[in-house]
Every structure is written in structure tokens, then in C-alpha cells.
Design a protein around this ligand. Structure first.
Ligand code: SAH
Length: 217
């Protein structure tokens, strides 16, 4: 069997066993995971077993590509769909960016580390050519005001407390933000904005790399 068909088998198994059987029921999320080859988002030479294991994996610069189940779980918390505008903070490998684009969303994605942003852009556009994605190298701690308001915001690194500027960049008509929050002990949090009201929900305990905070000027 060639490695492309082995990867396709492992991808299908990941979607069934690690996502669908574990409670990911949104078909559009499952379909997007079927379409995006995770092997294009890990360093060259990574074994297929590591590529498709249900765990984070190092992508260099002290960062990791997130665990498939956690990416899917966060997207299910986001309740997003085609045509939604989404701000992603922490492009990393671009794996989640590709999933968002494959789901038909308009994506603005920010990454602090230029080398990661460059390789992510290349990998994402090879998988979803022509997708509506803006890749920005820069600090997303305070979101990205020029593209606001967003229907959805998803943060792939953990701040120790809620950054001040994110909630105000949400669409007032049920815009939603999902992020991991905390230091050593972190939880996934969702915040839904309804006009001036914010509804916060806590969810799973998780372990993400820290969201880098800009230095005080
Ligand atoms: N979803 C990504 C996760 C990457 S890890 C993936 O699956 O590959 C989190 C990323 O957030 C890292 O690449 C890190 O460089 C980036 N990051 C951390 N703090 C940031 C900040 N303030 N602004 C933008 N990106 C940040």
C-alpha cells in the first residue's frame, strides 16, 4: 500500500474513532477533517502513526499542532458554518485554518512567528486553493480590529485571563469566542455576545501553549 492510501485510511479511522465516536456530531466538521490531510501540517519525516495519533505534535519553535479531538471539540463549541467570518489567533501549522476554510468560512488568521505563518500559508492554500483566508504575521493578543466584527473568534493558545479587546470584536448578534484560559490549569471557555451582554460557559480542562502577551509600551 502506498503512503497516500495509508494516510487516507488513518484519516478515516481518526474521524470515526477519535471524533465521531467521541461525541463530535456536526457533519460539516467531520467532513472537513476527512478533506484535510494532517500529514501536510506536520514536519517532513513525521511517521503516519504520530501524524494521526490523537495528541498534539511538535511543529518546531516550541509550538505544537493541536490534538484532532480538541480542534473538533472547539469548532463544535463555536457552532460555525459557511459564510461566517472567523478570526483565528495562533495559525501555528495551519491545520485548523485549513479545516475552517474547508467548512466554508471566511478566515483571518494571525501568527506571531513568521516562519510558521509562511509554511502554514503554503500548506493551507495547497489543500483549499482559492479559499477566503487572510494570513497575517503579528500579535493577536488583542485580536485584530481592522477585520472586526467577527461572527466567530477561536484562540489556539492560552491567555492566563481574558484579553480585554476580544469580546468587543465579536458580532453583537450572537458572535461567539472560544479559547483555552488559565496558566498550568486551563479550561476551554466560550463567550457569546448578545448586544452588550456576554454569556460565558466553561468546558473541558485542556493543555495549550501560552498566548504570548505583548510587552507593555
Ligand atoms: N491550531 C494551531 C495551534 C498552534 S499552537 C495548530 O493546530 O497548528 C499556537 C500558536 O499560537 C503558536 O504557533 C504560537 O506562535 C501562536 N501564538 C502565541 N501567542 C500568539 C499571539 N499573541 N499572537 C499570535 N499568535 C500567537
Amino acid at each position: 500500500m502506498n503512503s497516500e492510501s495509508s494516510a487516507a485510511i488513518l484519516r478515516m479511522r481518526m474521524v470515526h474513532r477519535d471524533l465521531a465516536d467521541a461525541g463530535i456530531t456536526d457533519e460539516s466538521i467531520l467532513n472537513a477533517f476527512m478533506k484535510v490531510p494532517r500529514e501536510d501540517f506536520v514536519p517532513p519525516g513525521t511517521s503516519l502513526t504520530d501524524t494521526y495519533g490523537n495528541h498534539p505534535y511538535p511543529i518546531g519553535f516550541g509550538q505544537t499542532v493541536s490534538q484532532p479531538y480538541i480542534v473538533a471539540f472547539m469548532l463544535q463549541m463555536l457552532e460555525c458554518g459557511p459564510g461566517n467570518s472567523v478570526l483565528e489567533i495562533g495559525t501555528g501549522s495551519g491545520y485548523q485554518t485549513a479545516i475552517l476554510a474547508a467548512m466554508g468560512m471566511e478566515v483571518v488568521t494571525l501568527e506571531l512567528i513568521p516562519d510558521l505563518a509562511i509554511s502554514a500559508r503554503k500548506a493551507v492554500l495547497a489543500v483549499v486553493p482559492g479559499a477566503d483566508i487572510q494570513f497575517i504575521v503579528g500579535d493577536g493578543y488583542n485580536g485584530w480590529a481592522p477585520g472586526a466584527p467577527y461572527d466567530r473568534i477561536v484562540v489556539s493558545a492560552a491567555p492566563s485571563r481574558m484579553p480585554d479587546m476580544l469580546e468587543s470584536q465579536l458580532n453583537p448578534a450572537e458572535g461567539r469566542l472560544v479559547l483555552p484560559m488559565g496558566e498550568w490549569f486551563q479550561r476551554l471557555i466560550s463567550v457569546t455576545r448578545i448586544g452588550d451582554d456576554l454569556v460565558m460557559r466553561k468546558s473541558l480542562p485542556v493543555r495549550f501553549v501560552p498566548l504570548v502577551k505583548p510587552k507593555q509600551q
